[in-house]
Design a protein around this ligand. Structure first.
Ligand code: PMP
Length: 327
């Protein structure tokens, strides 16, 4: 990490230290979002790409000149490709069909090779294929963002401390979307050290079934919101149900309207998972104001994982019915 006075020695040094911005208050409760579009690859996943690649090299888990093979919907691939390019590793990304083409273009531009699995095989299919590919090359490793504690550790060491520092520990609730769960679990661990009573709310799209891990009833269905949610709650090993106070759902309709409102009214060009996170923070803030949630401060913090530019081809700014998403 550099100060503004010194030039960064490489793109990797520009990862992290993203701005935390105040959003409109709800019933007097403050809301803050960490703007992860400020990372060089445009998403929160640059943090784990850097940390995971550096740690794997340091531990000798991948040899110099080796290959990483990673299942990803795109942002993790972009983050890992940036790190792999700087450490002279090859990168192969296994992507379920149906995610945004912009992310694939960016992974390729950074030197990554793309392998597709059918959309209906989902992330589980991508994980399986990644292991098959890696099994054929003794210098290849599957970092596996859904299983490696390094994913959580990246957020525990960077995203979490940045939030605690920016708000001087005045954090009432953390409200964060869940894909691998790395962001939520990592931030929660850091913030709990500073604010033991912080209230933690995980967010998923309506139709996703992570909430069953907390005993919530969920009806599986299609959703367009990209980067969060699952139809297989066991897909990730990084969620600790005991650390989460609540799991909420946000409908695609609410998410889509909020993505457009955030641009038009607050000047934030964010992707759908940020829209879902913002909707959830509004709800949680209103509930804190009514004393319906046990939060130690009147402050809600979320993460805006990426920006809208990589979803323009999916008509994220079109009418709801024109927005094409993962089914
Ligand atoms: N939003 C977007 C756009 C993402 O790409 C991801 C990662 N899949 C997330 C949210 C969720 O982050 P995490 O994997 O840390 O739960």
């Amino acid at each position: 990490m550099t100060t503004h006075h010194e030039p960064a020695t490489s793109v990797l040094e520009t990862i992290g230290r993203t701005p935390l911005v105040e959003l409109d208050r709800v019933d007097g409760v403050e809301r803050y979002a960490k703007l992860e579009t400020f990372n060089p690859g445009g998403s929160v996943k640059d943090r784990i790409g850097k940390h995971i690649v550096e740690q794997l090299l340091e531990r000798g888990s991948v040899p110099p000149g080796g290959t990483i093979v990673e299942p990803t919907a795109g942002n993790t691939g972009i983050g890992m490709a940036i790190a792999a390019s700087q450490y002279d590793l090859d990168a192969i990304f296994v992507v379920p069909a149906g995610f945004s083409p912009e992310k694939e273009r960016l992974m390729s531009a950074l030197g990554g090779e793309i392998v597709h699995v059918p959309g209906e095989d989902g992330m589980d299919g991508a994980i399986e294929r990644a292991h098959e590919i890696a099994a054929e090359d003794e210098d290849a490793i599957v970092p596996q963002q859904f299983a490696t504690p390094l994913n959580v550790e990246a957020h525990y060491r960077t995203t979490g401390p940045e939030i605690v520092e920016a708000l001087d520990g005045e954090i009432g609730a953390i409200v964060v979307g869940v894909g691998s769960g790395g962001t939520l679990t990592g931030i929660t661990r850091t913030v709990r050290e500073a604010v033991p009573g912080v209230h933690v709310v995980a967010v998923e799209p309506e139709g996703s079934t992570f909430g069953t891990l907390l005993g919530k009833s969920r009806e599986e269905g299609p959703y367009k919101t990209e980067g969060i949610g699952t139809h297989d709650p066991e897909v990730t090993e990084l969620l600790e149900p005991a650390e989460i106070d609540d799991f909420v759902t946000v409908s695609d309709r609410e998410t889509h309207a909020e993505v457009q409102r955030l641009a038009a009214e607050e000047g934030h060009l964010v992707g759908s998972s940020s829209g879902a996170a913002s909707v959830a923070t509004r709800r949680v803030a209103a509930e804190i104001a009514r004393d319906e949630r046990d939060a130690p401060h009147d402050t809600v913090v979320t993460v805006f994982p990426d920006g809208s530019e990589r979803y323009l081809s999916k008509n994220i700014y079109g009418a709801f019915d024109e927005w094409e998403g993962k089914k």
